[in-house]
Design a protein around this ligand. Structure first.
Ligand SMILES: [Zn+2]
Length: 156
């Protein structure tokens, strides 16, 4: 059975070897943003003979033909994800390295507005937020703040 990524690779004219298929599958099944070592670790479960060099070369190839997106989230490690049809942005937890995906219509709209004012049409963009988790006290303070903001808006 072939997945979307495999089909895309074939469309781009890549010869699909067994190991490339495995790497497509690993990426398609990853909903996080694994680095080379993690992709390698996951692919070993399907083929113990896949080398780190193969993973590295294949990711480079996938990136070059535009089926995979490479990210660098500030820790010097390249991480990969399948290039999706729908756009999303990332929030990176600096304490755990966890990557959270989000979409915000207001941010998307603002970006187009800014570009337009500068005389441009956006072709693509990348937005990365870097943060640490709120403490419990900060969470409570924020909840109060937003509750207050709602009340003010209601008054106006
Ligand atoms: Zn992502």
């Amino acid at each position: 059975m072939s997945n979307r990524l495999e089909t895309l690779c074939a469309e781009k004219g890549l010869k699909m070897t067994g190991q490339r298929r495995i790497l497509c599958r690993v990426l398609a099944e990853s909903d996080d943003h694994p680095d080379i070592m993690e992709i390698h670790r996951r692919s070993l479960e399907e083929d113990p003979k896949i080398s780190v060099a193969t993973v590295y070369r294949t990711m480079k190839l996938f990136e070059d033909v535009g089926v995979v997106q490479r990210h660098e989230f500030g820790d010097g490690r390249a991480r990969y994800e399948e290039l999706e049809e729908t756009h999303h942005d990332h929030l990176i937890d600096l304490t755990s390295g966890k990557v959270i995906e989000f979409v915000n219509d207001e941010i998307e709209r603002l970006q187009h507005e800014i570009a337009e004012k500068l005389g441009y049409k956006i072709q693509f963009h990348r937005l990365e937020l870097y943060g640490v988790p709120l403490s419990e006290a900060e969470k409570r303070a924020d909840a109060d703040k937003y509750a207050g903001a709602d009340k003010e808006q209601a008054k106006a």
